[in-house]
Design a protein around this ligand. Structure first.
Ligand SMILES: Cc1cc2nc3c(=O)[nH]c(=O)nc-3n(C[C@H](O)[C@H](O)[C@H](O)COP(=O)(O)OP(=O)(O)OC[C@H]3O[C@@H](n4cnc5c(N)ncnc54)[C@H](O)[C@@H]3O)c2cc1C
Length: 314
């Protein structure tokens, strides 16, 4: 039997699995598709703690930012994969004024999930992909997980299944209130000098990446969970991008994509043990900030899960 089962192999589930594995806990990750290929793949990777973030999350975001350079360095040491973590200036244009933040972090979310998977495998963590979890059953001392590929038993389960979390928890009689917010994004390449800072206004952001691409994002469509990128979405982003940074009109489009952000009715993520449960934990609903908040989410959950494990061993 595994001590800790994590459902969902996005940035939240994988970072938690890594934190637990670093503390020598036994962990199993169950993912219905391929790890890192859902919302986490869609993210721009900005780690902006002061912008767009609800005040209640400022302290958590600040802690997560402090953890990021350590996490990125550790992953690179263990896997050889550079997650694209870097600090750079951030220019915000709002109400006709410009605000410069001299140092804001960013990371490449796709490299981050690849590095996390690689580090987990090196540490012997089981990652089961193409496993669609269909039911969670809590018993006195264990939790049983049912799926299209059979059953697993653990001492705890953490649901980090993004937009799949609400339906999964309902199978255990646990109710949470979430909805999807579709976001569309594109990547372009522009010849010449790289953009020296992240540019941001209330309609669009431009994020220069280490590989030379510039990400332009992102639309925000609440309650829209459709797949695909709308022409109107791309047009509105490009128009706003050109206003913010006119040379962008000469860039070449390389990729367009969309993702569904997991949002909660309260606007705050669910972190910790579920109401009326001892063994079912939640790590979901991070909306626009899941990349930023992944390390602190992992820290909080891993500490709690480890304590429970210790108490039971005693
Ligand atoms: C366009 C866009 C730009 C963004 N930019 C940023 C940014 O700059 N900075 C930032 O901090 N955040 C950003 N975000 C938000 C960020 O991407 C999300 O908050 C984060 O990826 C959520 O991670 P997650 O692990 O909860 O979800 P996911 O990455 O969706 O992972 C959940 C996983 O659970 C799996 N799953 C679901 N149901 C089941 C089941 N029944 N059984 C097994 N597995 C299951 C899914 O297949 C999926 O792989 C952006 C989002 C979008 C869409």
């Amino acid at each position: 039997m595994t001590d800790h089962i994590i459902i969902g192999g996005g940035v939240i589930g994988l970072t938690l699995a890594y934190s637990l594995a670093c503390q020598n806990e036994s962990v199993l990750v169950l993912e219905r598709g391929t790890c890192g290929q859902e919302t986490s793949r869609a993210a721009a990777g900005m780690l902006a703690t002061d912008i767009e973030l609800r005040e209640e999350l400022h302290a958590l975001a600040a802690r997560s930012r402090r953890l990021y350079p350590l996490l990125a360095r550790r992953l690179e040491r263990e896997t050889g994969i550079d997650c694209g973590y870097r600090e750079q200036p951030f220019l915000l244009k709002r109400n006709g004024r410009e605000y410069v933040f001299p140092s804001v972090g960013q990371i490449d979310p796709r490299r981050l999930t690849t590095a996390l998977m690689s580090a987990l495998r090196k540490r012997g963590v089981s990652i089961e992909e193409q496993v669609d979890v269909t039911r969670i059953c809590e018993n006195e001392d264990t939790v049983r997980i049912e799926s299209n590929e059979g059953e697993w038993t653990g001492r705890t389960v953490t649901v980090a299944a993004g937009r799949g979390s609400q339906a999964l928890l309902a199978t255990a009689g646990i109710s949470i209130a979430t909805y999807g917010v579709k976001g569309e994004c594109l990547a372009v390449r522009l010849a010449g000098e790289p953009l020296p800072s992240i540019l941001f206004d209330d309609s669009v952001y431009l994020v220069p990446k280490a590989d030379g691409r510039i990400l332009i994002g992102a639309t925000e469509l609440p309650y829209d969970e459709t797949v695909g990128v709308r022409v109107a979405g791309v047009m509105s982003l490009l128009q706003a991008a050109e206003q913010l940074y006119p040379p962008i009109r000469d860039a070449v489009i390389e990729e367009v994509w969309s993702g569904i952000r997991p949002q909660t009715e309260s606007g705050l993520p669910y972190l910790g043990v579920a109401d009326s449960s001892r063994r079912i934990f939640l790590a979901t609903g991070h909306h626009r900030h899941g990349i930023l908040l992944a390390p602190v989410t992992a820290e909080i959950l891993a500490n709690t899960l480890r304590l429970i494990q210790k108490e039971e061993v005693r």
